[in-house]
Design a protein around this ligand. Structure first.
Ligand code: 9WN
Length: 455
């Protein structure tokens, strides 16, 4: 029996309270016991629906981890030891740019902060919002400047990612296709050749909490770790890594979110009467134009691009819909994406939106970013549909997303085939975005009433 909307609201707030560590919220006390960058963005958006001041604290605490060059790392560690890729794995002190008082990872994640700041400020009184946004302004600008200086050295407008962890969609097929063809340590190749991947599995901690068939494969997990260690070996010298690494990706997820974040930054500038440094503004415009280079006319979809070869990685994933969230694409492309979203053999499954279309060889309804439906990507697609005026489609997806949680619980992800919950339960962004989607549905309903013609 599905829970009612009001019961689930109460439970969502309880999940967030349980996972609250005072200044920030852990995604899951068992599986992810530290602070993550884009998680805290989504969590703040959910918190802002009923506790905007707590949302402000959530966002501010992300900047504890900011590196001297402006980078926001994807994880800020506390002293919890049961995360296998923790401070000892990263050793952020290998870089002189890392903060001294807190251990962090050494890569970023999709740039949610400006988006979360704007969403939160929208739910605060104007003077409080001004104070909050003004306080964070230099740090936010510093982060966006870092993205361009460090990750777009040739000035193409598209940010280059070093690792799929930076995209937030760890084992997404476009990255896995690239890494499959990449160089790997000889021991990993031998293990694969002799079918001994299960031995690697014993070294993992994530599978203590979630069945192995719902996470990335052992081989994928160790490929990901290996790639991070390569960067560590270079002491997180990004210039060196850009020169030497072959696996560099102009990632569609990251760049679409970057455009949305840049647009939020522009709005924040207007609210607090600040101006964006001219060079940054110019790069921001370039990203919007350059995103179109990731479009493939034949298949009518957007893709990731291999930075080294300049070729699109023609491996489908739900990232194709995120240019809607960016808001910068033309209406004809938006129309084609909306049509694709409804295709019942690929994305229009009973519990949408799957992270990979059913037609893909990678598709598995319960394996992490290779099939399941996630609430954060649904939220971005919903916002994208609204940006292009597809209110009926957005409302339908809001209802489907809320029903998923009401029926299955606060799981990390859900089967797009039968709606079952998988991954860890009581996952923070599922709870937070449930609350956000309830608020969004109310707002849409109100707008409909207010704009209806008077009889
Ligand atoms: C590695 C915390 C994070 C999310 C990512 C998700 C997963 C970590 C992991 O969990 O990644 O960063 O251990 O697998 O893929 O999107 O931010 O919820």
């Amino acid at each position: 029996m599905p829970a009612t909307n009001s019961q689930t609201i109460v439970r969502a707030k309880a999940v967030l309270a349980q996972n609250d560590r005072g200044d920030y919220t852990v995604p899951s006390p068992q599986l992810y016991p530290h602070q993550w960058l884009w998680d805290s963005g989504f969590i703040a958006i959910g918190l802002s629906t009923y506790q905007p001041r707590r949302a402000v604290i959530e966002i501010r605490s992300l900047f504890r981890g900011q590196w001297q060059n402006g980078m926001l790392p994807h994880i800020i560690f506390n002293d919890a030891t049961h995360y296998w890729q923790g401070p000892r794995f990263w050793q952020s002190q290998r870089s002189r740019l890392a903060p001294h008082d807190v251990a962090t990872s050494a890569m970023t994640q999709p740039p949610l902060p400006a988006i979360a700041c704007l969403e939160t400020a929208d739910r605060m009184s104007p003077p409080e919002a001004q104070q909050f946004l003004k306080g964070l302004w230099p740090k936010l600008v510093g982060y966006h400047q870092w993205i361009y200086q460090d990750r777009d050295p040739d000035g193409s407008g598209l940010a280059i990612l070093f690792h799929p962890w930076e995209s937030g969609l760890d084992n997404t097929p476009p990255w896995m296709e690239l890494l499959k063809k990449s160089s790997r340590p000889y021991w990993l190749s031998l293990i694969r050749q002799f079918g001994l991947e299960h031995l690697l599995g014993r070294l993992r901690q994530d599978t203590n909490y979630v069945p192995a068939n719902q996470r990335e494969t052992d081989y994928e997990a160790f490929m990901l770790a290996h790639r991070a260690l390569r960067y560590r070996k270079r002491h997180y010298n990004s210039q060196l890594h850009l020169r030497r690494s072959r696996e560099l990706v102009e990632d569609l997820t990251f760049n679409s979110i970057l455009i949305a974040a840049n647009r939020s930054l522009l709005d924040i500038a207007t609210i607090i009467d600040e101006s964006i440094p001219p060079q940054l503004r110019q790069r921001m415009m370039q990203t919007e134009a350059a995103l179109e280079e990731l479009w493939d006319e034949t298949t009518g979809q957007y893709y990731h691009r291999n930075f080294r070869t300049g070729q699109l990685i023609l491996e489908p994933s739900l990232a194709t819909f995120l240019p809607l969230f960016a808001g910068s694409i033309n209406t004809e492309r938006a129309r084609r994406l909306v049509r694709l979203l409804a295709e019942t053999d690929s994305y229009g499954l009973p519990f949408p939106v799957p992270s990979v279309p059913r037609t893909s060889n990678y598709f598995s309804p319960l394996r992490y970013w290779q099939g399941p439906t996630w609430l954060n990507t649904n939220w971005m697609i919903i916002k994208g549909l609204l940006k292009f005026g597809y209110t009926a489609e957005a409302t339908k997806l809001i209802n489907q997303s809320l029903a998923l949680v009401e029926t299955a619980g606060f799981y990390e992800y859900f089967s797009p085939i039968d709606g079952h919950g998988y991954g860890i339960n009581n996952f923070s962004w599922t709870a937070a975005l449930y609350l956000e989607l309830v608020a969004l549905r109310q707002k849409l309903a109100l707008t409909k009433i207010l704009t209806a013609p008077v009889p």
